[in-house]
Design a protein around this ligand. Structure first.
Ligand code: PHB
Length: 392
């Protein structure tokens, strides 16, 4: 009898000590953040981290009773580096959650997310298939197709007949062009030609010359955030603005980071985008003010992937009560719905992709500064490439 008591007590102790150790290990939730902080797309990394840091500043570093620790790494805009860093974060730092950035980096990280079952939030990539590369990925950014499908329809209905396309030569550019071309030609428009500009160190001038020679009424352009300023300058220098050629595209080409440095020739440019710093809501007014105060620059559409990505993580952890199991966190993120500074958004439970409003917006000078002024809203738009696959 006595022996049995001693054994039971010892077993109880062992369980208690295991539980204490487990609880200790679980007192901190580590979030590995891999973004492009240097290299070609530094402008992107700067914005996404601006959003991440603001979210943590506003919401604190404790969720469901656990301390949140961010481990931030710079992928230098090189996908192999992103992959190595993600591997180190998973194996050495034992992060519980990961976030990825641009398309090539997100593609490189996807197999690691699958193998390790570490839930991963895609904060930047705009390529449709990124979320299909791993069941442990959820997107809080956007897809190019979401914007350019709407743009194609709108352009055809609003006087564009002959369009020349200039596209940055990588996956999101290909999708911007593909979806725009489908929707614009379906609505009766004609594409004169499509030219592709290298992503690294682009010189748009020769492509703009070809565009001008083709005599389109409208130029459709996709360049990533951070290249819009240079593009706008060369668009003006090559005389396309003076020739009366309309400029349209996804929100990237007049992004809020570059816009304040553009000249008035860009006024009138129409884009279909996910966000404007001028978006009229109380939530956005507070966001812009706080973001500028913390970071010293205007937030653009990229910043929301970081800000809302942290929101998805915090809300999922509240739902799981701090459990970081990959399946539990992803299940908790599916169907999340909230008001972002960009407007109402949700995570599609079927695809783990973001559903959001797309706004038609025009560049105007407002209170002395250039802004994308939104004048028409398409509500709760899903990624059209996935929607088309579903119908097949
Ligand atoms: C992407 O990584 O897919 C990406 C990055 C910047 C953009 C658009 C897309 O402006």
């Amino acid at each position: 009898m006595l022996r049995r008591l001693v054994v039971t007590a010892a077993a109880g102790l062992a369980v208690a000590s295991f539980a204490a150790h487990g609880a200790l290990a679980q007192d901190t939730i580590k979030i590995g953040i891999v973004q492009s902080l240097t290299g070609q797309l530094t402008a992107v990394g700067k914005q996404v981290m601006g959003g991440v840091n603001l979210y943590v500043q506003q919401h604190g570093n404790t969720v469901a009773g656990k301390k949140i620790e961010l481990v931030v790494k710079d992928d230098t805009t090189v996908p192999d580096v992103a992959k190595r860093l993600a591997q180190e974060l998973i194996v050495n730092d034992k992060v519980n959650i990961l976030t990825s950035g641009i398309t090539p980096a997100s593609f490189a990280i996807a197999p690691l997310a699958t193998q390790s079952k570490v839930p991963t939030v895609i904060m930047v990539s705009g390529t449709s298939s990124a979320t299909e590369r791993s069941p442990y990925m959820v997107r809080t950014s956007f897809t190019l197709g979401q914007q350019t499908g709407i743009m194609g329809e709108w352009a055809a209905k609003n006087g564009s007949k002959k369009v020349f396309i200039i596209q940055s030569d990588w996956a999101p550019g290909a999708e911007a062009t593909q979806v725009f071309t489908e929707s614009f030609t379906k609505a009766g428009g004609q594409i004169l030609d499509t030219v592709k500009v290298p992503l690294a160190n682009p010189d748009f001038a020769p492509f703009l010359q070809r565009a001008r020679d083709a005599n389109p009424d409208t130029l459709f352009v996709f360049v990533p955030a951070g290249q819009a300023g240079l593009f706008a300058k060369q668009f003006v220098d090559r005389g396309l603005a003076k020739a009366g050629i309309k400029l349209i595209g996804p929100g990237d080409i007049t992004d809020d980071d570059d816009l304040p440095r553009m000249d008035d020739s860009i006024i009138g440019t129409v884009t279909a985008g996910i966000y404007s710093a001028d978006h009229q809501s109380a939530v956005n007014k507070a966001y812009v003010e706080a973001f500028k105060k913390l970071n010293g620059f205007r937030p653009n559409f990229i910043s929301l992937g970081g800000y809302d990505g942290m929101h998805a993580i915090y809300e999922a952890l509240k739902k799981t009560n701090g459990n970081t199991d990959g399946d539990a966190v992803i299940a908790a993120m599916k169907g999340l719905k909230w008001e972002s500074p960009r407007g109402p958004i949700s995570i599609d439970p079927e695809t783990r992709d973001i559903v959001q409003n797309i706004y038609i917006q025009k560049v105007e000078r407002k209170n002395g500064e250039l802004y994308n002024v939104q004048f028409s809203t398409f509500e709760a738009v899903k990624d059209p490439i996935k929607a088309a696959k579903k119908q097949m």
